[in-house]
Design a protein around this ligand. Structure first.
Ligand code: ZN
Ligand code: ZN
Length: 360
């Protein structure tokens, strides 16, 4: 098969690779119909990978069709359309059974496309370990493209909004408007927020947030405007989607006493000085962590089926998988209108890539 393989900083190649094969009776092989490049892939692309391996296949967001199942796979059969969430677990420990595969108690929690140990899904096919637990049938009324957006981005956005304690009538800030930030804006409205302040320095991103119904603000004007609108009370909830010290601190300053701050941006420094005294005095709630996709799906499937959430609106381009290397280059350059990417093989001979409108 052909796959996108990582050979070092800014060196991703579209190359032949051995076809994936089951390594245990619980494994399945999925022919990839669509896969995407997200912000974490860009991290690897920049050479800040999670292993020293070279030549492994990258990517952790994909949907496709089951083409092979081991004798120990009970829930899936050849021909099933499935989504492959980014993280995998053993599927049988307490954490995995609760859907929290990223915290697998047997230490089998892993993610595709970080090393040669678990090959990625920016490829024509991918091995899915413990497939009953780690592949999810795409339900009726959810398109493959929507399912693709739910393998990581939408699930993370929803988790981030959920962690911010958004309730009917809440006032919310979303700091950082990549695709996940924009989906967090959508999620906040679905959860009942009466107002969402969407904050980002990039005008094109603010325009997308405005189209979603948010009040879009440049960071320089946000604090003043929010204080003015709320008569100094500030907001109930903040979702931080950047992970930088300055934006986390900013989110902590945007909420009222007893407010909640949820950080889903991957931390960019290891020495963030948490303002404990201020948080203590104000009785703030602070949550962070990575999402486990299966845990979020029971809420997300009906919301997508009913059209309340439309993650596919953040898809703007499609390219062949064979242009994957170029896709990474363009994604990095964040050329106009192409702030995020997906690689989307539709059929065996016509492999397409999709660019999300915004960057993760
Ligand atoms: Zn991702
Ligand atoms: Zn487990």
């Amino acid at each position: 098969m052909k796959a996108l393989r990582y050979y070092g900083a800014r060196d991703v190649r579209y190359e032949a690779m051995d076809d994936p094969a089951p390594q245990s009776t619980r494994d399945a092989v999925v022919k990839v119909e669509a896969c995407s490049i997200c912000g974490s892939d860009l991290h690897i692309y920049h050479g800040h990978g999670f292993s020293e391996d070279l030549g492994f296949c990258v990517g952790h967001e994909a949907v496709g069709e089951v083409v092979e199942v081991g004798s120990g796979v009970n829930q899936l059969k050849v021909g099933d359309k499935v989504m492959i969430p980014a993280a995998v677990g053993c599927g049988s420990c307490r954490a995995c059974l609760a859907g929290v595969v990223n915290l697998c108690e047997y230490g089998m929690g892993s993610c595709y496309g970080l090393s040669a140990k678990l090959q990625g899904s920016q490829a024509e096919a991918v091995r899915v370990p413990a497939a009953d637990a780690n592949a999810v049938k795409v339900p009726e009324g959810v398109s493959m493209e929507q399912a693709l957006m739910m393998t990581d981005a939408l699930a993370t956005a929803w988790y981030g909004a959920r962690n911010a304690d958004i309730k009917p009538g809440s006032s919310v800030a979303v700091v950082g408007l990549g695709p996940i930030g924009l989906m967090a804006v959508d999620s906040a409205f679905v959860m009942g927020a009466h107002v969402v302040y969407a904050i980002d320095p990039i005008p094109e991103r603010r325009a997308l947030a405005e189209a979603a119904g948010a009040i879009a603000l440049h960071p320089d004007e946000a604090m003043e405007r929010i204080k003015q609108d709320t008569k100094g009370r500030k907001l109930d909830c903040a979702v931080e989607v950047v992970g930088a010290d300055a934006t986390v601190d900013f989110a902590l300053r945007l909420v009222r006493p007893r407010g909640t701050v949820s950080v889903i941006g991957v931390q960019q420094s290891r020495r963030f000085a948490f303002p404990l005294e201020r948080a203590f005095a104000a009785g703030l709630t602070f949550r962070t962590g990575t999402c486990s996709v299966p845990e979020e799906l029971p809420a997300l499937f009906p919301l997508v089926q009913s059209g309340r959430l439309k993650p596919e609106k953040y898809v703007s381009h499609r390219l062949p998988l064979s242009q994957g290397a170029e896709a990474y280059r363009l994604f990095e350059a964040r050329e106009a209108g192409a702030l995020g990417w997906m690689v989307k093989p539709f059929t065996q001979d016509k492999l397409l890539a999709v660019i999300r409108k915004v960057l993760g």
